[in-house]
Design a binder for this molecule. Structure first.
Ligand code: C5P
Length: 290
């Protein structure tokens, strides 16, 4: 039996650089790993089957679950005779823009690489991860911060010591990633040209993180999906405006939402804001870089 932590992510920066011929959007994003984690248990099964156990009502316990797909890809691709029972203890809100499902899939890839003694290296695991979803590769790298380009699936580690504090609010609304991207009005652009330009801004954010200049980090947070998200759910825009009234350094939506996070200078500020927000929202967390 193997017990693994499966952490969530925030996107501190997400710029859409263009739309590709295959329908995906070309991105520049800065991922931050946070200490909100699911727990995954892997138990070998001799009968060769793959089974998922999870008590969360919104998590499928069949081949629709991308953690299942991760195990199946390895099993089929490498003719593995063994099976596995994957038990997921969910703490990361589901379909919230926090990468919970993607993280679970990446954790299963890493765990089974050990359990099944596959000896795959990171680039080989990344090849499997990309087939599962754009956010999966990030979680294969042992890093708190990383830059994602292409579909968000081409990862460059960013080595930073900065430990950030956030108040994370997860409103109970469903935002389908596909629908949010469908709302984006990005032209088919000359990708390379704009990539260099937009990349400059993420370098500014990385510079502020390196200097631990939290105020400047807060002012540089961005998410190009926000206009689309706010069109689909105008109440999220109201929430963002409300959060700005607190003593925070910056606020943004993570990924395709609906999770919204504020950056604070200290843990005590984050806890104080959490206390106030808990009166209105069921899912409020204080999280830190992990
Ligand atoms: O890669 P993943 O399966 O997580 O993507 C879900 C959906 O989000 C895609 O079908 C696509 O519509 C959209 N998407 C996109 N551009 C990206 C990532 C996702 O358009 N870079």
């Amino acid at each position: 039996m193997m017990v693994l932590q499966s952490p969530a992510k925030l996107n501190l920066y997400l710029r859409i650089v263009g739309k590709r011929a295959d329908g995906y959007h070309e991105l520049v994003t800065l991922f931050e790993r946070i200490d909100l984690c699911d727990e995954i248990r892997l138990k070998p099964l001799k009968d060769g089957s793959i089974r998922i156990r999870c008590s969360h009502p919104d998590v499928p316990c069949n081949s629709q679950n991308i953690a299942y797909q991760a195990a199946q890809l390895l099993k089929k691709g490498l003719n593995v005779p063994s099976g596995v029972e994957i038990t997921i203890r969910k703490r990361i809100p589901v379909a919230a823009g926090l990468g919970g499902g993607s993280s679970n899939a990446a954790t299963v890839l890493k765990g089974l690489n050990q359990l099944w003694k596959l000896k795959l290296n990171v680039p080989q695991l990344v090849d499997y991860a990309r087939q599962i979803g754009s956010d999966v590769p990030f979680f294969l790298y042992d890093t708190s911060y990383a830059l994602g380009t292409c579909r968000g699936d081409k990862i460059t580690k960013v080595s930073l010591r900065a430990k950030l504090w956030h108040v994370l609010v997860v409103p109970r609304v469903k935002m389908l990633t596909k629908m949010v991207y469908g709302e984006v009005k990005a032209p088919l652009t000359e990708v390379k040209l704009s990539l260099t330009k937009k990349n400059d801004n993420v370098n500014i954010l990385i510079h502020h993180l390196r200097n631990n200049d939290i105020k400047a980090v807060g002012a540089t947070l961005c998410n190009d999906l926000e206009p689309a998200i706010f069109r689909l759910n105008p109440r999220l825009k109201d929430l963002k405006e409300k959060l700005k009234l607190f003593d925070i350094q910056g606020v943004a939506i993570s990924g395709s939402g609906p999770s919204i996070f504020a950056l604070t200078k200290t843990s005590s500020e984050a806890l104080r804001i959490k206390k106030l927000l808990t009166q209105h929202f069921k899912q409020v967390f204080v999280v830190q870089t992990y």
